[in-house]
Design a protein around this ligand. Structure first.
Ligand code: GLV
Ligand code: MN
Ligand code: MN
Length: 412
């Protein structure tokens, strides 16, 4: 059977993405589907019902990762795996993660209706808590699955209201029984929106990243002394928020100071008691440092950490720092990346070899099996925002590339 003309159904892909986006839809056109929330449960239920329609072998592991397996003609062979995540940022978009789950679903539907048999089985996956926004760190479903994170450490992570990860997983009915332990995988593909401006600027439709930047997350706790703002002189104050404000700018200035390829961000701040007439005594903020060069990021962190300590001492505050997460940069499988770059023009799509600045479950999968990603443009380079958008024809194009990449890899 000549499979070269085979194409996915772009309309059906769009319908699935739109139906999923109704769960947790925000008035501004985005989604709020935080990991292990009621919305996450609803989205999972819908996803599982779609897997059932395809007669896949469904399994849910103890981290809540959902797998659907389509049999091959030789089920002794390790499968080709593709997926992403359906949790979102608090004010997230409709495509981040969702596209990478709905697209392999569309691939499986296409194979199903065309009675296409593959030699290797194909597995679709929805990884738990990729975003790490409600429960830090990110990518814990894949992280535990590949053996990089401890299951019980993840179970004990809490959200800002003190809810435990495991309790929330049980509450939404998705703590499965299969061990979250890796089994042999032939290769892993993750399809995603770019989340940056490069493809649009270069006017290309398909991106094939050579890999993903290393990610370094820290939690910083600054303690000062609270007091009445009126009678307390400016001199001698131990204002935790002022100390944190200086530190936040030190993070912002770090990439310029260090040079090289790096971005550094403080995205989350909590100030206590957070009253306009009390000097703040407790501030918590997060630091996210990303670079292709893990050592460079390590040196940058050492530098900024020293600055934090100096700043805290000068302002009479104490400081506690936790390293929350570190994932080394991922260099994808060269053959798979080249395969994506080859398939794109064969299907008539322009293409670009690039780098992923965003983190993905593919980072962890890359540690255990040949891995590659497919990107399509993000309109205006915007992502992790409610206006996040991509063209439907680009969504379809990337899914066609995914279809043919999976078909090629599913040959023994
Ligand atoms: C994942 O969403 C990231 O932080 O890049
Ligand atoms: Mn994502
Ligand atoms: Mn994201």
């Amino acid at each position: 059977m000549d499979l070269r003309p085979l194409r996915v159904n772009g309309k059906r892909l769009r319908n699935s993405l739109e139906e999923l986006a109704r769960i947790g839809a925000t008035p501004a056109g985005g989604v709020r589907r935080l990991a292990l929330s009621d919305e996450d449960r609803q989205a999972r239920d819908l996803f599982v019902s779609w897997l059932e329609e395809l007669d896949l072998e469904i399994s849910i592991d103890e981290l809540g990762n959902i797998f659907g397996k389509r049999a091959g003609t030789n089920n002794g062979l390790p499968p080709v795996v593709s997926g992403s995540h359906i949790d979102s940022q608090p004010t997230g978009g409709r495509f981040d993660g969702a596209l990478g789950v709905m697209a392999p679903l569309e691939v499986l539907r296409t194979l199903h209706e065309n009675n296409v048999e593959t030699e290797r089985p194909i597995v679709i996956v929805d990884w738990t808590n990729e975003e790490g926004s409600r429960f830090a760190p990110a990518m814990v479903g894949s992280g535990v699955w590949v053996g990089a994170l401890e299951r019980d450490w993840v179970y004990d992570r809490t959200d800002r209201n003190g809810n435990r990860f495991e309790d929330e997983l049980v509450r939404i009915g998705y703590r499965g029984t299969t061990p979250a332990k890796r089994w042999p995988v032939h290769c892993y593909y993750e399809y995603h929106i770019e989340q940056g401006p490069v493809l649009e600027e270069e006017r290309k439709v398909i991106g094939a990243p050579k890999g993903i930047l290393g990610l370094h997350w820290f939690d910083v706790f600054v303690t000062g002394e609270a007091n009445q703002v009126g009678p307390t002189p400016m001199e001698g104050r131990r204002d935790a928020l002022c100390a944190a404000a200086e530190m936040i700018l030190q993070v912002n200035q770090l990439p310029e100071r260090m040079g090289g390829n790096m971005v550094a961000t403080v995205g989350e701040v909590r100030n206590a008691p957070n009253s306009r007439n009390i000097i703040p005594d407790h501030v918590h903020f997060t630091v996210d440092i990303r670079s292709w060069d893990d050592d460079h990021a390590g040196r940058a962190w050492k530098q900024v950490r020293e600055d934090f300590e100096d700043t805290a001492a000068r302002r009479g505050c104490s400081i506690e720092i936790e390293e929350t997460w570190r994932v080394q940069h991922a260099e994808f499988d060269e053959d798979l990346v080249q395969q994506i770059l080859q398939i794109a023009p064969e299907l008539g799509y322009s293409h670009l070899h690039m780098v992923s600045g965003a983190g993905h479950d593919a980072s962890y999968m890359n540690q255990v099996c040949p891995t590659a990603m497919i990107f399509i443009p993000s309109i205006g380079g915007r992502s992790h925002v409610e206006v996040e958008n991509s063209r439907w024809e680009d969504c379809e194009a990337g899914t066609n590339v995914l279809l043919h990449a999976i078909l090629r890899s599913a040959r023994a």
